[in-house]
Design a protein around this ligand. Structure first.
Ligand code: FES
Ligand SMILES: [Fe+2]
Length: 344
């Protein structure tokens, strides 16, 4: 660890979208570290520390050379496991004896995303899949957003109802002062909040995207360590799923991949025409608000305690879970259920 490294809970993180990675090696940030991602000639994926073991030049400034990435300074070549396979200035014998290497991150390309396992040891299994992403009958699109905020703040924002009556007033939620029952349940991989009798009048989003009548089922879910999932289900099989996966660039910046996937009769493609720009507009409102928050939580700011209330349903669960993963202590016991009343 260097002083700029950030300790992150072990997990699968999305480094980039697969389409961001072309023929050349490319530099990405994760937890304060620079990583280089590349695909070899045989399409094998490699994610290495972006720092040549020889004289620290970024490998991302080099090029792919067969099954390796080559440093631009003295031509050292690295395979996707981070091992130096060839040093041009050395004899074959000296090359064979060279044990130099850089750190490699287990990486997988899946559903159009480049995932890395960030944690000790090898990766346990495969990355999670995105629910119903590109499934038959469903329409999906992806948003990639940089927040000037840490992962805790981002996840809480994505799973927080009360802010919507202010930050997204009338766009997503209008203040009604109605009592809403919410049930928070701890899960084996996080926690969820389920809402009952939730108002949705005077909302641009729901007036366009949902039937006027009928119950809305709404569940917000935190999936440790870095993911939020929100489900809205309406009569007639209408279903919206919003999954957001956070990659900490450093302690104060987070890159978020949001997958919006929905089933809307047979006109999902048409709904997407206004749902996508609307979603981007709403996420920009959150970016702006977390940017304001960052003025007091950013670099050099003293960490004064923050007050939480009963209406902050999942924020404390997010912090507890992520801390327990970092400290290697037990997370909250699954199956605990608590009723809340909030006013939206
Ligand atoms: S710095 Fe990379 S080969 Fe010398
Ligand atoms: Fe929001």
């Amino acid at each position: 660890m260097t002083e700029t490294d950030l300790a992150v809970p072990p997990g699968w993180y999305i480094l980039c979208r697969a389409r961001q990675l072309g023929r050349a090696p490319k530099r990405f940030m994760h937890a304060g570290r620079a990583l280089v991602a590349f695909r070899t000639k045989d399409k094998k994926l490699g994610v290495l520390e972006d720092r040549c073991a020889h004289r620290a030049v970024p490998l991302s400034e080099g090029k792919v050379c067969g099954e390796t990435v080559q440093c631009p300074y003295h031509g050292w070549q690295y395979d996707p496991q981070g091992k130096v396979t060839h040093v041009p200035a050395l004899s074959a014998c000296a090359n064979a004896a060279n044990k130099a290497r850089v750190r490699a991150w287990p990486s997988v390309e899946q559903e159009g995303f480049v995932w890395i396992w960030s944690g000790e040891g090898g990766a346990p299994g495969a990355p999670p899949t995105m629910a119903n992403y590109r499934a038959p009958g469903w329409t999906s699109f992806v948003m990639q957003t940089r927040f000037k905020a840490g992962v805790d703040s981002c996840l809480e924002n994505f799973l927080d109802c009360p802010h919507a009556t202010f930050v997204h007033k009338y766009w997503f939620r209008a203040p009604t002062k109605q009592s809403v029952k919410a049930v928070v349940t701890t899960l084996g991989d996080g926690a969820q909040a389920e809402f009952f009798e939730e108002p949705r009048e005077k909302s641009v989003v729901w007036s366009m995207l949902a039937p006027r009548e009928g119950k809305m089922e709404h569940v917000d879910r935190f999936i440790a360590p870095n993911t939020s999932r929100v489900d809205y289900v309406f009569p007639g099989g209408l279903h919206y799923i919003i999954t957001s996966v956070c990659n900490p660039i450093n302690a104060f910046e987070t890159e978020v991949i949001t997958v919006m996937t929905f089933r809307y009769k047979r006109i999902g493609w048409l709904v997407r025409l206004f749902f996508e720009p609307l979603s981007r507009w709403i996420i920009r409102q959150d970016v702006a608000m977390l940017g304001l928050q960052q003025r007091n939580l950013g670099p050099g700011q003293a960490r004064a305690p923050m007050c939480s209330t009963e209406a902050d349903l999942l924020g404390t669960h997010i912090v507890m879970w992520r801390k327990s993963m970092l400290d290697k202590t037990d997370p909250p016991t699954p199956g605990q259920r608590r009723d809340h009343e909030i006013f939206l």
